[in-house]
Design a protein around this ligand. Structure first.
Ligand code: ZN
Length: 494
């Protein structure tokens, strides 16, 4: 008879510097499913559960879905929301009957109010409800801040190997295969975690470019060695002020000594190259001038600090204000501004919009910018991602309005638009390919699609809760010096 596998997950990348908290409704409004609804949410998607579903058919596993809850990266998760999600998961697990194995989909950088190690506590709660022999395998995001406490709660863990994360389904399938091996044997891998006092900005964590590409190649080579089950590098999410912030190297294998040597080797390789992770940002005035002067567009102006996928509000105005000042033409900016959208909706298409846009959620991402222009589009926008990244994901931007102000097109949305592709633009009638300048509020994820047609890219030194310059932030939970925040840091620890 097919083995019964409980699959479940709580996924949140918490920016503890972000304004506001993340409540239950933020999960319910983004991704929330119980039981068979989980299948409906993820079937044929390039996500962990999408990959698990395909692998389960090949491996003849009977999947019993629990609860999956994911929220857009944002501020601290409320204690009440996290407790509700964990308790509901445990309730579904208790009602699931006899379970032979468990797959848990984590982010690894979730921080709930009052908890020191949120993801570890979540896994521990599930672990405590299982018999000790029941195998539990967890997946985590490349941006996880791994800890010994977390690693101890799973029999094995598999992290994404790509950023942009286009291998989620493949890693889900890998986790299912590892779990499958454990179902038929009592053998478990030794799990060796090496934590480095090093927090590179996400902007420098792209796996398709150096310095990360060669390091990942070295890691993949290790995975082909005999006795090694799986290796992952969690590059860390530096906007979570937690004691376990930083890069984690995880090697899992039959032999403790062998896995330790490989983990040390990989960790030392990263540590020696820490100086190569400098973000090289361009001042906003110079960035806008270069983009206007470029002979051919589109030029992508990357607003990393207002990374809508990293917990920033997505309403930062620093680049928009400069585009207005320099009278840019054929420039597109997307801002999350529900108030402006509602005003535009009341006026209707063809009317003149006049009001302040953006900069309303906090005072860290530039002040509101006065905007006057024709409303050329106004509709509720929903779409399904067609690009390589998060393919098939269903997106609801709420009400959307597009205001044409001289040469600048401002798209106003009720929900944050994460620019993993240009589908949000085309859904509002904006043709990305014919623009001179496109502002993306993203660190790396935008590259998967926009690089297929962009003629240039400039990383802009803007202020905000996802700034690449980590010295802008005040960390209170770190218990050691960490590079580059403190310039130094010591490894191996004495
Ligand atoms: Zn990530």
């Amino acid at each position: 008879m097919a083995k019964r596998i409980f699959i479940t997950g709580i996924w949140h990348e918490t920016n503890t510097f972000a304004h506001g908290q993340t409540g239950l409704e933020d999960f319910q409004n983004y991704q929330y499913a119980e039981g068979d609804e989980v299948f409906a949410l993820f079937a044929d998607t390039n996500t962990e559960i999408g990959g698990v579903m395909n692998a389960a058919m090949e491996l003849d596993l009977n999947l019993i879905p629990g609860l999956f809850a994911g929220a857009v990266p944002s501020g601290l998760v409320t204690a009440a929301a996290h407790e509700t999600l964990v308790n509901r998961t445990l309730e579904l697990l208790a009602n699931a009957g006899e379970i032979d194995g468990v797959l848990v989909h984590l982010h690894g950088a979730c921080v709930a109010e009052g908890a020191t190690e949120t993801d570890a506590q979540y896994l521990a709660a599930i672990r405590a409800a299982l018999t000790p022999a029941t195998p539990l395998v967890a997946t985590f995001d490349l941006h996880a801040n791994l800890s010994e406490g977390l690693v101890a709660q799973a029999d094995a863990l598999v992290g994404y190997d790509t950023y942009p994360h286009n291998d989620m389904a493949a890693r889900g399938a890998e986790a299912a295969q590892i779990l499958h091996r454990m179902l038929w044997s009592t053998r478990r891998p030794a799990k060796i975690l090496r934590k480095l006092p090093f927090a590179p900005p996400p902007q420098m964590q792209g796996t398709g470019t150096e310095p990360v590409a060669s390091i990942m190649a070295k890691m993949h080579d290790m995975e082909t060695w005999g006795g090694i089950w799986s290796a992952s590098i969690a590059w860390g999410f530096p906007y979570a002020d937690v004691a376990h912030l930083g890069v984690g190297v995880l090697v899992q294998g039959d032999d403790h000594g062998h896995a330790s040597r490989l983990a040390d080797d990989l960790a030392m390789t990263i540590w020696r190259q820490r100086g190569d992770f400098d973000a090289g940002l361009i001042a906003v005035e110079e960035a806008v001038r270069s983009a206007i002067a470029a002979p051919e567009g589109p030029i992508i102006l990357v607003d990393v600090a207002d990374n809508a996928g990293g917990g920033a509000p997505g309403d930062g105005t620093t680049i928009l204000a400069e585009l207005v000042d320099q009278s840019a033409r054929k420039a597109v900016v997307v801002l999350c501004d529900g108030e402006a959208v509602r005003n535009a909706k009341a006026l209707g298409v063809g009317a003149v919009f006049s009001g302040n846009v953006g900069g309303k959620s906090d005072d860290l991402h530039g002040p509101p910018v006065p905007l006057v222009g024709e409303i050329v589009f106004q509709e509720r926008v929903r779409y399904q991602r067609r690009g390589d990244y998060m393919t098939g994901q269903r997106i609801d931007l709420g009400e959307v309005a597009v205001v044409q102000a001289d040469g600048i097109t401002v798209m106003l949305t009720e929900a944050k638009a994460m620019p993993f592709d240009a589908d949000h633009l085309s859904a509002a009638g904006i043709v990305a390919e014919t623009q001179q300048i496109i502002v993306v509020k993203s660190a790396i994820a935008w590259q998967a699609h926009f690089r297929t047609f962009a003629k240039g890219e400039i990383y802009v030194d803007t202020p905000g809760v996802c700034a690449s310059n980590l010295k802008r932030f005040e960390y209170t939970k770190l218990d050691r010096a960490i590079y580059p925040i403190d310039n130094d840091g010591i490894w191996p620890a004495k």
